[in-house]
Design a protein around this ligand. Sequence first.
Ligand code: ADP
Ligand code: MG
Length: 256
Amino acid sequence: MTDTSPVLQIRGLHKSYGELEVIKGVDITAHKGDVVSLIGSSGSGKSTLLRCCNLLEDSQEGEIRFKGEPITWSGVGPHRRPADAKQVLRIRTNLSMVFQQFNLWAHMTILQNVMEAPVTVLGRNRAEVEEKARHYLAKVGIGDKCDVYPAQLSGGQQQRAAIARGLCMEPEALLFDEPTSALDPELEQEVVKVIKDLAAEGRTMLIVTHDMNMAADVSSHVVFLHQGLVEEEGTPDEVFGGTRSERLRAFLSSTR
Ligand code: ADP
Ligand code: MG
């Protein structure tokens, strides 16, 4: 029964870049409506883990399942099998990724940016996509910016446009890689608000963030990654309050 399976399940994942093993056996599960925050020092493997989920990276051992379906690279060694192009497209559509640098097309208006992938990649009806794009741009609070170019927007507005672009794919889950870390603190809050609204709607999200306040506010589950391993995890109360490991304590005090 795929519909009771977790949206995303990572089991025993190992990932190396050449000789350098950066993910050393990680398990993470996100059910529908879960908001899982991934925290940890720079270099601990957070981006790599997200990129593996989105099939931007391969891996060497373990597996990732999307709604029960092994999405790629199951097996070990020579039996390990890459995803085919159709599967990659389906997974990227369903696990939409929002990057730290918003990656909007400079030569397209905001509306065109949001419409681009559903129309050209998924082949959806242009008029219907436009209606959805306007809806999602309004939802993230920039409904009046449809016809301007990215350079005419603030960083916070550009990131909100990038989130609208992700939503317009109507994905099963959203993956965020440090969505606020390229923004000035006052602009950061606009994006945090959008993410909080999405969490309140029950969207499934995996969020890599350096913003411990946001992680505490929006998450159902927090995972602390240290050198490619899950060092500690639990509810925000468990991870941010009470007793905890020296490593987590040291990390949390370094973020204040
Ligand atoms: P984080 O997002 O937690 O800062 P990353 O996943 O970006 O960590 O990186 C984890 C480790 O993998 C780091 O040591 C980094 O230098 C290394 N790494 C990341 N991407 C690559 C790559 N494309 N090639 C080689 N090493 C990489
Ligand atoms: Mg990173």
